[in-house]
Write a protein that binds this ligand. Sequence first.
Ligand SMILES: *Cc1c(COP(=O)(O)O)cnc(C)c1O
Length: 233
Amino acid sequence: MSTISHNLQAVDASIVAAADAARRPRASISLLAVSKTFPPAAVIEAVGAGQRAFGENYLQEALDKIAALAAALPEVPLAWHFIGPIQSNKTRPIAAAFDWVHTVERLKIAERLSEQRPAGLAPLNICLQVNISGEASKSGAAPAALPELARAVALLPNLRLRGLMAIPEPETDPARQRAAFAAVRRLYEQLRAEGHALDTLSMGMSGDLGAAIAEGATMVRIGSAIFGARHYD
Ligand SMILES: *Cc1c(COP(=O)(O)O)cnc(C)c1O
């Protein structure tokens, strides 16, 4: 068995264990394989092991990889998730090539993604990125700004607001990991209580997926535990 398929099995076992511990069904958690910095051959191996959803951070690298996979495996439908920072002059290719964007933190970007989503494609799935660590992180909307942002994004015709995404500050203590994820979950529940039909809580990476699942993550974004250490980032 290849290293990647072996790693995918190990990650799946970790998800199963965390789901069991949280008394949640395994099927309530999906795995996004973060393939940034790894070549198309690595994605092809993961597809061979059954993985279908991939996350990418760097636009040009991602566009090349999406084209390479469409050429290599034209019959296999893959879901591509953009999970990197978005510059406003790069929204058009993101709107055209991706199925999901996890890193929307201001309305201007959402408006451009909606305007630029090509006719004939399904609405682009959106998670709002929330800055849960305050000043320690510059990415993401402030929690206090979320209700208004969510209301405005929900009105855009070519987007479908699915939920929240967060990248808490790296933390090795499981209790502290959980506290940060619990804060994200409260914001998610608050938006749902305000009437948004959300189903996606995108949180948890290789180092903290157990804590994220304990606090309700529905999608974990796993890179190095599947593909190995990255040599650049
Ligand atoms: C790189 C990255 C991941 C995956 O991180 P690992 O620690 O390799 O699992 C997840 N989410 C985002 C936003 C990333 O940039």
